[in-house]
Every structure is written in C-alpha cells, then in structure tokens.
Design a protein around this ligand. Structure first.
Ligand SMILES: Nc1ncnc2c1ncn2[C@@H]1O[C@H](COP(=O)(O)OP(=O)(O)OP(=O)(O)O)[C@@H](O)[C@H]1O
Ligand SMILES: [Mg+2]
Length: 370
C-alpha cells in the first residue's frame, strides 16, 4: 500500500502543497508550526475521510477559505475529496462516489504522534476517537453504525431541548438510539478485546521490564442501556441532553492493576500510547494482509535511542512510513529513503517540499546556544 502523491488546497495552514513520497520511508524535516502535523493529518483525511486530531473537519479548512481539497494517488488509484460546511464530494479514479465503501477500501493508516500520551492521560473523547478511527478501518459496518448512532443522538438531544417538551419524538429516537447503541457497544467491546493482547505484546517489546497491562472497556451506560436511559430520566430532564450511552464510553488502561493515568510514569504512559498504535497497525496488517501506511509525527525525537530502535523494529515490515521531525540528530538511524524539508513557498501560505542534495543526508550540527 503506497501513497505516491498528494496535493492540497486550503487545508489548515496550506494554501497549496504538492508532495511525492518514497515507497518506504519519507522523512520530512521542518521547524515548529510550518505544517508537519497538518501534512500528516491531510494524508489521513485523504485516505480515511476522517482526522485523527479532530471530530469535525470544519476546523481543518484553512481560515478564511470556503472548502478544502485533498487529492492523491495510492497504488495508482486516484482519490479526491472536497469538503466545505455545505458540501462534501469524493471521487475515485475521477468517478464521483455517492457512498464511501469503495473509496475507503483503497488504504488504511495508523497515525502515531508525540501527543499520543494524551490517549492515556487525557479525556475519554480521545480514546473514543482512537477506537472509532480503528473501528472504521477494521470492521465493515462500524462507520455506518457510528454515524447512525450519532445522528439519532443529535436528533434526540434536539427534541430534549424543546419547550414545550416533545416526549413522543424523544421516545421515537430512543428506539433508534438503543438499536445502534447496542450494535456500537458490541463492536467496541470486540475491538478492545482484540487490541489487548497486541498492546501487551507491543508494550513488552518496547519496555524491557515485564509489566502487566490491561485494557477495560467502560460502558457509557450500564450493560443494560435501556434501563440506564430510564434511570437517567430525571437528570436528562434537568440537563436536557442524553446523559448515558456509548457517546460516554471510555477505555481504562491498567498498569499492574493501577490506573495508568494516575500511576504510570511519563515514560510508561508514552510507551503505552505507542503500544496502542502498534497494536492498531498489527490488527490492520493481519486482517488485510497488507500493512497500513504509517504516519509518524515527531515521535522519534522524543524517545531515547534504545526505545527508538525498538519502535523501529516493531513497525510492520514493508510498510510505507511518512515521518516528520524538527530534530535532525537521530536521522542517521532511519532506514534508507527520502529526506526532505518542508519550507515556506513564494506566496504567503504556500509550502514547498524540497529535497536535500541527492545522495546526501542533512548535515547535523551540534546543538549550541540559541
Ligand atoms: N484551519 C486553519 N487555518 C489556518 N491555519 C491553521 C489552521 N489550523 C491550524 N493552523 C496553523 O497551521 C500551522 C501549522 O500547524 P502544525 O500543527 O501543522 O505545525 P507543525 O509543523 O506540526 O508544528 P510543531 O512542530 O510545533 O508540531 C500553525 O501555525 C497553526 O496555527
Ligand atoms: Mg506538529
């Protein structure tokens, strides 16, 4: 699975960008705020129509622009996606697609970022997004069920907010919510069950100590969703919103039976976050017999050499890797590929990807005083 080319219009800080990628490793070096994370996010949006950073693509459109365009080639298949507040349009090999199924079959991705530590110690929303990003790639009906649940939830909440109250309409949406809620819970429980042994394995491979990691799926309603909804009626009435359900799901990580967000060291939390992403890559590689495209956003610079090497060894072999970095010190450790710079272009919000001179790696300067 190889992303060959990418072209962007009005995506985050990019008015325009054209990029080509090496079939194995492309390393993109750039200063802070030049757009490295945005570039990897654009690849995820192109390939999965979803950002691993945010639930709403609205914030991804360049400030002041109407809509964004991501366009690229994967294994010579042409993917195009336009998104604005009013309209979204996608095409595969220049044929407009009314449904996303064939388009989303083309490629699968795993996004590893420096900020992944927030998966362990940040809010539950990040863990739900992690599950959803994986679920939509791994399980055929996940995306549809999630969308149906979210739609029912939005409608139900809208009726809950109305004066005078609309109990019949709320009740009608309760049925839909329960139907898709049960399905979504079953899929998420299945995902967590499949992830756990892979997370354990990846964690052990990166950290050298025999640490015990467990994953617990925490239901946003008790196991009986219908009863939980009935029991929350008074609070629902007071807050005028649905207070229980899969939109409140969470995943708890335990290290030696203690909650990892409170108990684990920062290094252990970082290792756990990487293990989660490696587990994601392993499941995708296993189920589709081709490794996913790996987007690695500034991860290596944060790790010591031992863990960096272990992480490199754990990445699925033969996967295409697109790596961003601000720090050049460790680049010599990367397998062969293309090393380039992301820089400002001639127009204010244009960016260019520029190669270092052929055959040479960038010159590493020892860090001196600023
Ligand atoms: N919708 C948007 N429209 C315009 N600019 C945006 C938008 N969203 C983010 N930006 C800006 O894009 C710039 C690039 O952000 P990005 O996070 O990609 O940088 P980065 O190279 O990853 O930086 P760092 O090395 O600090 O992680 C930032 O200045 C950010 O404020
Ligand atoms: Mg960044």
């Amino acid at each position: 699975m190889t992303l060959e080319r990418l072209s962007l219009r009005d995506f985050r800080c990019f008015a325009r960008l054209e990029a080509e990628f090496h079939p194995q490793v492309t390393c993109i070096v750039g200063r802070n705020a030049i757009g490295k994370t945005s570039l990897l996010e654009a690849i995820a949006v192109l390939l999965r129509l979803q950002s691993p950073r945010t639930g709403s693509l609205q914030y991804v459109i360049r400030a002041g622009a109407k809509g964004l365009v991501v366009d690229g080639f994967v294994d010579r298949r042409h993917l195009q996606f336009y998104y604005s507040a009013k309209r979204r349009k996608l095409a595969l090999d220049s044929v407009e697609q009314k449904v996303t199924t064939s388009y989303l079959e083309i490629a699968r991705v795993v996004y590893l970022a420096n900020s992944d530590i927030d998966l362990v110690r940040g809010p539950a929303e990040l863990r739900r997004r992690f599950l959803d990003f994986l679920g939509a790639q791994l399980l055929a009906n996940y995306r549809e069920i999630l969308r149906s649940y979210d739609k029912a939830l939005r409608s139900r909440n809208a009726y809950l907010k109305m004066y005078p109250s609309r109990p019949r309409e709320v009740q009608a949406y309760t049925k839909v919510l329960l139907k898709f809620g049960h399905q979504l819970t079953a899929l998420r429980a299945f995902l967590v069950e499949r992830l756990e042994p892979e997370v354990l394995r990846a964690f052990a491979a990166i950290s050298d100590r025999g640490e015990v990691v467990c994953l617990h799926y925490l239901h946003g309603a008790t196991l009986d969703f219908e009863r939980a909804l009935q029991e929350s009626a008074a609070e629902e009435e007071r807050l005028r919103t649905t207070v229980v359900g899969p939109h409140r799901d969470d995943v708890q990580f335990l290290l030696h039976d203690q909650p990892a967000d409170l108990f684990a060291s920062e290094g252990q939390q970082r290792t756990l976050a990487i293990a989660l992403k490696l587990a994601q890559a392993k499941l995708l590689a296993t189920d589709f017999s081709r490794p996913p495209i790996l987007l690695l956003d500034d991860v290596f610079g944060e790790l010591d050499q031992t863990r960096r090497n272990r992480l490199l060894q754990q990445l699925p072999p033969a996967s295409q890797q697109i790596v961003t970095t601000t720090s050049l010190d460790w680049l010599a450790e990367l397998p062969a590929g293309r090393v380039c710079r992301l820089e400002e272009g001639p127009a204010p919000a244009d960016r260019l990807i520029v190669d270092y001179p052929t055959g040479s790696r960038p010159v590493f300067r020892p860090k001196g005083p600023a």
